[in-house]
Design a protein around this ligand. Sequence first.
Ligand SMILES: Cc1cc2nc3c(=O)[nH]c(=O)nc-3n(C[C@H](O)[C@H](O)[C@H](O)COP(=O)(O)OP(=O)(O)OC[C@H]3O[C@@H](n4cnc5c(N)ncnc54)[C@H](O)[C@@H]3O)c2cc1C
Length: 400
Amino acid sequence: MLQLGDDNDAHRDDNRTMTDDTNGAQDGGASPFGAMKINFGGGPEAAPAGGALTPFGGISIISDGPDEVPAQPAGPIGYTGDPGRTETHVLIIGSGPAGLTAAIYAARANLQPIVLAGSTPGGQLMLTSDVENYPGFPDGIDGPELMAKMRAQAERFGSQVVDVDIDRVDFSARPFRVWARGTEYRGQSVIIATGASALWLNLESEQRLRGRGVSACATCDGFFFRNREIAVVGGGDSAMEEANFLTKFASKVHLLHRRDGFRASKIMIDRTYNHPKIEVHTNTEVAEVLGDAKVEGLRLRDTATGEERDLPMEGLFIAIGHKPNTDVFADWLDVDAKGYLVAHDHTRSRIDGVFIAGDVHDHRYRQAVTAAGDGCKAAIDAERWLESEGLAEHQTATTW
Ligand SMILES: Cc1cc2nc3c(=O)[nH]c(=O)nc-3n(C[C@H](O)[C@H](O)[C@H](O)COP(=O)(O)OP(=O)(O)OC[C@H]3O[C@@H](n4cnc5c(N)ncnc54)[C@H](O)[C@@H]3O)c2cc1C
C-alpha cells in the first residue's frame, strides 16, 4: 500500500512505498516498508512466526505477501559471530551492492573472498522499500530482497560473509591485516566498499516519517511525488540540483535554507531562483515534520526571529550531505576534501593491492547500479593484480 496518500489520480496506485532509510526499529509501529517488515532484533529467535530468515544474520524479513520473500539458492549461510576462515586472497569490506558484486566476481574467479559485512549488512538498500531503477526487475524490487539475492549469489560461489564492523587496519605489508571485534583477518588484497551515510536533521518527527514522505534521495523517490507540493532542505549544490530535479514531478518545490547565503555555485543559485516552480526560503529551518502516518506539513522556524509557522506539505527531501565511512582508512589512503576515498587508475588506491568501490569514493552518482559496477571492476582489478604478483593462478572466470 502506498504510504503517501492514495487520493491523487496522478499518483501511483500499486503496492509500493517510497524508499526509506530508517533503522527499521519501530516497535509495534506500522512498517515503513509497506507489506514488508524488517526485524533488526538480533538472532533467529527474534523472527516472529511466519517470518523467514534471510542470509543477513539476525535481520529477518517478514512478508505479508506470498511472493515477497526471496527464495534462497542453496549455499553456505552467512556467519554472524563465527569468523570462519580468516585468511583469503581478497578481503572485501562492506556488503552493499559494491561489496557483494565484488564478492560474486571474486568468488567466481576462485579467490574465496571473505566479506566483512559491517553493521548494516546489505548496505543502504537494505533499508529501502522499493527500487525501480535497478536493471532486471521490470516491476521493481524491495531493497532488502535485492540485497538478499545478491548475498545469496555471492555465498553460492563460496564467499564467506561475516556481519562485523572492522575497527582497525594495517596496510603496511602483505598480507594486509584488518581487525573486527578482536579477530584479525588477512587478505593478499583488499576491496574497500564501505559506502557513505546520508545526513539527517535528527528530528524525532523526521525519523518517524522516513519512507512516509521524508526521503534523502531525490533520484530514487522523486517519482512518488507527482503533482505534490514538497520541500527540499539544504543550501549546497546538491540541494539545488535536487530541487530542480524534483520540479519534473512536484507541483511546487520549496527550498529551505537556515542561513541567509548559500554555499551553492552562482549558476545553481540563479537557476533555482529563476525556476517558476521553486520558492526559496532563507533563514528558515524545519522545527518539526507534521503528520502521523505520512507527511502533511512542516513547522518552519525563522532562524533570525525564532517565529514559527506551519506550511502544508506532502514531502520533504533532506539534502544536507553524506558522510563517507572512511575514518578507519584515513591514515592509510588518500581522502578528498569531503572525506571520500580517492581512487587512481580506475579502482586502485595509493597502496598496491588495496582497491576501492562504490559510494565510499563516488559522490557523483551514488546509485546501486554504479556501486555494483564498481564492485565488478574492483574484483577484476584485484584478480588481475593478484595474478600479476604471482599470488593467484591464472584461472579466471572473467577472462574472455
Ligand atoms: C533512502 C535511500 C534510497 C535509495 N534508493 C535507491 C534506489 O532506489 N536506487 C538506487 O540505485 N540507489 C538508491 N540509493 C542509493 C544506493 O543505496 C547506494 O548508492 C548504494 O547502496 C551504494 O552501495 P555501496 O555498496 O557503495 O555502499 P552501501 O550500500 O552504503 O554499503 C556500505 C556497506 O559498508 C559497510 N560498512 C560501513 N562501515 C564499515 C566498517 N567499518 N566495517 C565493515 N563494513 C562497514 C556497511 O555495513 C554496508 O554493508 C538509495 C539511497 C538511500 C539513502
